[in-house]
Each structure stands twice: as structure tokens, then as C-alpha cells.
Design a protein around this ligand. Structure first.
Ligand code: C2E
Ligand code: CA
Ligand code: CA
Ligand code: CA
Length: 392
């Protein structure tokens, strides 16, 4: 017997923005389709919210893989409700009786763990439960509970990585990157905790702190007589969902006294996937405040060129995965050159991140990339080290 745990990926967003009546209709349509996938002897149940469970007895010759495909298709097929066409995807976790548990509770818990792994792996995927997932769940739970105190216990700090003009060699600004020093865990990398912070919503409070700290630090440098530079702050998509973002940016600027033109916000493409109109409205308001905007990790997400031209951004940031391979993979090099050209056509400046060698710098300069950031020029520096670096 397989226990198939299905969780809709983007349902909450739809429900929040279009209202629960549309949401309910969507759920009903999906439930009906799931029932239609089931054979005699299968069980289809709604766990509440946007979660469903299927119990599938393994019968001889039953093609389980194709059943899973049917289920995924049943969820993902567009649903027309009140002149809107909605699509959702789902993350699926599976536990198998008796290998993964003999009682229903254990099977359900293990399928749930597998489902979370499917979400972490980028959603719209199927994961079977594996024993080592326990360790990962434990690690996640630890990170989550410790992260809840990190701000209050003063364990977070920012480091700053210079951005450099590729033609003049002048420093144009710096990106603020968060660091977490935990007494027991040591230095915890953003890769380990930013995802957890986003899922739990802690990113909203942490993001606010980052914004305020970066603005205050930048103002302090200016008051200390350093040449005025622009500080870039990373924003998570989750912060955009929070309508207070705009007022928080304004407050961070007012309270620090930093002029808006010395603040830049780095946004990722994933933002554009939902609610483009609302996102465009927020972005336009941010733009009106006078802050600079850039699209981070460009090329790794799902940005649509149609949306791109609607965004009044200043920079495209070529992701370091491209920079890393551009000198060995001709196709990657072609992508990099095209992004630079595309950015320029659309009126953006283009910056490459993750530049580690002089050859990479040279190639980017040759192909008219505007700016770069990377270990070749400087690693991210503490505030003190950054000031020393700039004044050297
Ligand atoms: P990102 O925004 O793409 O930041 C660039 C990452 O590349 C940083 O990793 C930086 O330290 C690293 N890096 C810079 N130059 C080089 C290089 O030459 N070679 C290599 N291999 N790496 C380089 P970091 O600091 O570990 O941050 C990882 C990610 O965590 C960031 O990726 C960003 O998505 C996220 N993050 C960091 N700080 C914040 C924050 O304050 N708020 C939010 N929402 N996300 C943050
Ligand atoms: Ca869900
Ligand atoms: Ca960034
Ligand atoms: Ca990146």
C-alpha cells in the first residue's frame, strides 16, 4: 500500500488574492479529478486545507508510476472558475507500507516529511520517504527554533561585498549579505537558513533588520567622510507579499537619514511569477521613492521577457552559475553575451556576480558588461574592513 500525500504548492497565494470562494471552487474541482483517478479499493481523502491523501493498494500489474502521473496531471490541469483560469501544482510525498511504517500515523508522518522534501527540492515534484530524511527534518527544526532567537540575541550581522565598474575600476556600491554566528552551531550559512526563514515567515522581521542595518551603516560611512556609495539589500519574494514593504523601506530611509539614491534593492525573478500587477505597482512605488532596483540571479528563474519590460529596474545581475561556466562552456558564454545585450536593449545596466579570475573579468569587460562583483576583487567584508578597503 502506498500513502500518497499531496499538498498544493501555490494554493494559498490564489486563495489570499482571489478570495476563498474561488479557492473553494478550485479545491472542489481538484478533489473531483483526484476521485476520478482512483480505482476501486483506493481511498481519496481531503486532509483539510489544500492537502489530500490517497491510499493506493499495490495490485498486481498496476503501473504505480503512471498513477502518480495521472495525479499530477489531475492537479495541474487548468481550472476555469468565474472567467478565470487557475493553475496549481502539487508536491507529493509517498510512504510505503510496511517498509516505511506499520501504523497509519507513522505512514502519514513519513509521507509528510517526504512531501516537505519535495517542496524544498523546488515544488511540483514527487519524493519517496527515505530514512535519512529524519536527520534533515531534525536539522531544519533546530535551525528554525534557533533562528527565532537569533535577532534578539544579536547573532546576526551584515558583511558587504564591493561592486566595481568594469571600465573605470571604481567601486560603485556594495551588497549587504547576512551572516549568522551561533554559539553552538558556529557560522551558519545563508544557504542553510534563508529558506527556513522564508518558509516560516521569519524573513519578514529579519529582512526589516537587514534593511535598517544596511541603511544605517551606509549613512554612518558617509558621515565618516567616505565617498557616498549605494548599498544593495536582498529582498525575498515573501517580503513582497507583505504590503508593509513600502512603508518599511521609507522608514528605514527616514530613520537612518540615508538618501534614497544610495539604496538598492535586489529582487529575484520568482517575484514575477505571481500577481504581476501588484508586484509592478509595488516596484513602481519603490522606484518613485528613488531607490535603485536590480533583478538578482537573472537567468535562473522563470522570468518572462514580457514582464521584464514592465519592471522599471536599473540592473540585471547575471547569476554566478553562469559566470563560473562561461569560459569553459560555449553555450553559457553565449547566454552571458545575450543577457548583456538584452539588458542593454531594455535600458538596464548589467552586473556579473561570482567573478573569481582575471580571465573572467577580462571576458566580461570585452563583452561590455558594466559592473562586476566577486572574490577576484573582494570577498564580502565586515563593516570595519569595508571602510578600510575603500579608504586604502
Ligand atoms: P546572492 O544574492 O546571489 O549573493 C551572492 C552570493 O555569492 C553570496 O553568498 C556571496 O558571498 C557569494 N559570492 C560572492 N562572490 C563570489 C565569488 O566570487 N565566488 C563564489 N563562489 N561566491 C561568491 P552568501 O553570502 O552565502 O549568500 C547566499 C545567498 O543568501 C544570497 O545569494 C542571497 O540569496 C541570500 N541572502 C544573503 N543575505 C541575505 C539577506 O539579507 N536577505 C535575503 N533575503 N537573502 C539573503
Ligand atoms: Ca499548501
Ligand atoms: Ca543578491
Ligand atoms: Ca546569485
Amino acid at each position: 500500500l502506498w500513502l500518497v500525500y499531496i499538498d498544493l504548492d501555490n494554493f494559498k497565494l490564489i486563495n489570499d488574492h482571489l478570495g476563498h470562494q474561488l479557492g473553494d471552487q478550485l479545491l472542489c474541482a481538484i478533489a473531483n479529478r483526484l476521485r476520478a483517478c482512483a480505482n476501486d479499493g483506493d481511498t481519496v481523502a481531503r486532509l483539510g486545507g489544500d492537502e489530500f491523501v490517497l491510499l493506493l493498494p499495490i495490485a498486481n500489474q498496476r503501473p504505480m508510476a503512471s498513477i502518480l502521473q495521472l495525479v499530477q496531471e489531475a492537479v495541474a490541469a487548468p481550472v476555469a472558475v468565474e472567467q478565470q483560469v487557475l493553475t496549481v501544482t502539487c508536491s507529493i510525498g509517498i510512504s510505503v507500507f510496511p517498509a516505511d511504517g506499520v501504523d497509519p500515523e507513522q505512514l502519514l508522518r513519513h509521507a509528510d516529511i517526504a512531501m516537505y522534501r519535495a517542496k524544498e527540492a523546488g515544488r511540483n515534484q514527487v519524493q519517496f520517504f527515505e530514512e535519512n530524511m529524519h536527520a534533515r527534518v531534525a536539522e531544519r527544526a533546530l535551525i528554525e527554533s534557533e533562528l527565532r532567537h537569533a535577532l534578539a540575541r544579536d547573532q546576526l550581522s551584515l558583511v558587504y561585498q564591493p561592486k566595481v565598474d568594469l571600465h573605470s575600476g571604481a567601486v560603485t556600491g556594495m551588497e549587504a549579505l547576512i551572516r549568522w554566528q551561533h554559539p553552538g552551531l558556529g557560522a551558519v550559512s545563508p544557504a542553510r537558513f534563508i529558506g527556513v526563514a522564508e518558509e516560516t515567515g521569519l524573513i519578514v522581521a529579519i529582512g526589516r533588520w537587514v534593511l535598517r542595518t544596511a541603511c544605517a551603516q551606509n549613512k554612518a560611512w558617509q558621515q565618516a567622510g567616505l565617498p557616498p556609495l549605494r548599498v544593495a539589500v536582498n529582498l525575498s519574494a515573501r517580503q513582497f507579499r507583505d504590503r508593509v514593504l513600502l512603508s518599511e523601506v521609507r522608514a528605514a530611509l527616514e530613520d537612518s537619514g540615508l538618501d534614497a539614491r544610495y539604496l538598492e534593492l535586489e529582487l529575484t525573478e520568482s517575484l514575477m511569477m505571481h500577481n504581476v500587477e501588484e508586484v509592478v505597482t509595488v516596484i513602481e512605488s519603490l522606484k518613485q521613492l528613488g531607490v535603485a532596483l536590480s533583478i538578482d540571479d537573472f537567468g535562473t528563474g522563470y522570468s518572462s521577457l514580457a514582464y521584464l519590460k514592465q519592471f522599471p529596474v536599473d540592473y540585471l545581475k547575471i547569476d554566478q552559475s553562469f559566470t563560473r561556466e562561461m569560459l569553459t562552456e560555449p553555450k553559457v558564454a553565449a547566454i552571458v553575451r545575450s543577457v548583456i545585450a538584452l539588458g542593454h536593449i531594455l535600458g538596464f545596466k548589467v552586473i556579473a556576480e561570482g567573478v573569481e579570475t582575471g580571465e573572467e573579468l577580462h571576458y566580461l569587460r570585452l563583452h561590455q558588461c558594466d559592473e562586476m562583483q566577486g572574490y577576484y576583487y573582494s570577498r564580502p567584508l565586515t563593516a570595519e574592513a569595508f571602510a578600510a578597503f575603500i579608504s586604502r
